[in-house]
Design a protein around this ligand. Sequence first.
Ligand SMILES: [Zn+2]
Length: 209
Amino acid sequence: MLNRILILAPHTDDGEFGCGGAAKKWGQEGKEVHYIAFSSARKSVPKGMPDDILEKEIREATEVLGIHQSHLTLLDYPVREFPAYRQQILEDMIRLGKELKPDLVLLPSSDDTHQDHQTISQEGFRAFKKMSMVGYEMPYNNISFSTNMFVVLNEEQVKKKIEALQCYKSQAHKPYSNIDFIEGLARVRGTQIGVRYAEAFEVIRWVVT
Ligand SMILES: [Zn+2]
């Protein structure tokens, strides 16, 4: 059974976009959802905004998704420089993995081309290869994406995902802040399996106990 779920987000907001609907659903089902963000992307904050704004925004966004604040871990690796910190990132993952003992890990897909996302995907595989692991979808980073696992969502869960992403007022220029895009992608993934809404995932490893 999947009772303890761990979301690995390179930057604040990646987890909300990649699997915010599933996180909401699992929380509603009483599962324990943990979220680790490896950077609060201080360098990506628009001029004129406080440089810790993303830390405040992720707290609001994860709250909307029903993630307990004590299950949120914020690390501070410099955005776009993750490849230089591979070993440290791996060691953090191994340490946090031992503490949390997740049954399922969600991380950027193996086809994600962003350098920070690639680092989290690759080091995440090394750290968590003994357990079930799926990659989440970031259409603007992926060359291809294998849709071989789906999580069915209801309308409320999609609405909460949108609401969570809208907490990121500092990132309003990003594609994911477009409601039609988020809703449209959930509809596309739902249509693939004959339901109204879904999120799709790449199965990287699946362990049946
Ligand atoms: Zn990111």
